[in-house]
Design a binder for this molecule. Structure first.
Ligand code: SAH
Length: 348
């Protein structure tokens, strides 16, 4: 059995042709799956019973079930725990901004990158998500709210470039005019810096924004918090990012999670601003979200402001990430982790 949501429109058309279906079926079925988000063939009421039966012999349709939804009273943020077909759970978040609804999706169940401040990696990698499952995260949230999603950030659990093929398939399908049609310019892919994959991605010339999780301004400091830095030197990562910008014309974002006493000195700020200026990159400062098991704490309000002002004085382009849904707590893999601990599924 194959997941029909995984197929591009062209692939679907070939399968249907092989089944002897007329060509107009492709658009009918693609609409049901990607515009109306149905998850069973019986709902496809403009198809004959025979066609529906034929389809259900060869295919199934991914369905994600929301097992928990936390709603913020402050800003309308919704945090979802979604169950996959095999019983694994992932998290996704809806954030409402003045410019539209943005969804933060997971790209893997768990993660194997081992960043020391991150909750998503504590239990290791369980498996990759399929493109259909990533699409279904967005569809499930549109269906729950009845509102259109206009922006996507691949910043939930997982390392998207460690699941390269499915993430690229997802990017193509989610920005397809025949599907949910989200502009590539409204999509951000965040990576810890898997150098060969940044070069591969550059070749595709997608118009998405690449965000590099930098979190430290020297190779030595980066190695202390991000094991991936042992595989790829900071200078190599920055070179790959410069190449991405040159190939795609897209401005890079540098993500920098500020942790007290770890990477928040004025010297850190000076090195960071020179990296950003050199790359023509935008800096996104994120006060670290303390994870009990990890032992990092947020910088004081004053230090955050001092750090930002130091960057600005040096002429860097910087924003501080606003924390959404402060009243519903949990972020960056903590939601899933807490859910699993409560359900007795997680013992480490
Ligand atoms: N693996 C990808 C995307 C997922 S993580 C990456 O590394 O970019 C999304 C972002 O959240 C990354 O910048 C990550 O470093 C950051 N992050 C993870 N845990 C965090 C925490 N406890 N506080 C603040 N940011 C965190």
């Amino acid at each position: 059995m194959e997941d029909i949501r995984e197929l591009t429109k062209e692939e679907l058309s070939l399968r249907l042709k092989a089944m002897g279906e007329p060509s107009y079926r492709t658009s009918q079925i693609y609409d049901w799956i990607h515009k109306k988000h149905v998850s069973d063939f019986d709902s496809m009421t403009n198809l004959s019973k025979k066609t529906r039966e034929r389809l259900s012999e060869d295919f199934y349709i991914t369905k994600l079930r929301a097992v928990s939804v936390l709603k913020s009273e402050l800003d309308g943020t919704r945090k979802y725990i979604l169950a996959l077909g095999d019983g694994n759970v992932i998290e996704a978040v809806l954030m409402r901004y003045s410019y539209g609804n943005s969804v933060c999706i997971s790209s893997q169940v768990g993660c194997r990158m081992g960043c020391r401040f991150c909750a998503s990696t504590l239990g290791g990698l369980v498996r990759n998500l399929s493109a259909a499952e990533m699409l279904s995260e967005v569809y499930a949230i549109e269906d729950d709210t009845g509102e259109r999603v206009s922006h996507i950030v691949i910043m939930g659990s997982g390392e998207p470039l460690d699941n390269y093929d499915e993430v690229v398939r997802f990017l193509r399908m989610v920005s397809d005019g025949d599907g949910i049609n989200i502009s590539q310019r409204n999509i951000t892919l965040s990576t810890c810096g898997i150098v060969p994959r940044i070069y591969e991605l550059s070749k595709l010339r997608l118009q998405i924004t690449l965000a590099l999780s930098l979190h430290a301004s020297t190779q030595e400091k980066r190695m202390n918090t991000m094991p991936i830095a042992k595989a790829y030197e900071l200078s190599e990562v920055l070179k790959a990012c410069r190449h991405y910008t040159r190939e795609t014309g897209r401005r890079l974002t540098l993500e920098y999670a500020l942790a007290k006493g770890v990477n928040d000195s004025m010297e850190d700020a000076d090195l960071l601003s020179s990296i950003a200026k050199d790359l023509g990159a935008h800096i996104n400062l994120i006060p670290v979200n303390p994870v009990e098991e990890c032992g990092f704490s947020e910088p004081s309000r004053e230090n955050l402001i001092r750090f930002r002002e130091r960057l600005e004085k040096a002429g860097a382009n910087v924003t501080v990430r606003r924390e959404m849904g402060r009243d519903i707590d949990s972020a960056c893999g903590q939601l899933r982790r807490r859910y699993m601990i409560d359900a007795g599924l997680c013992t480490d």
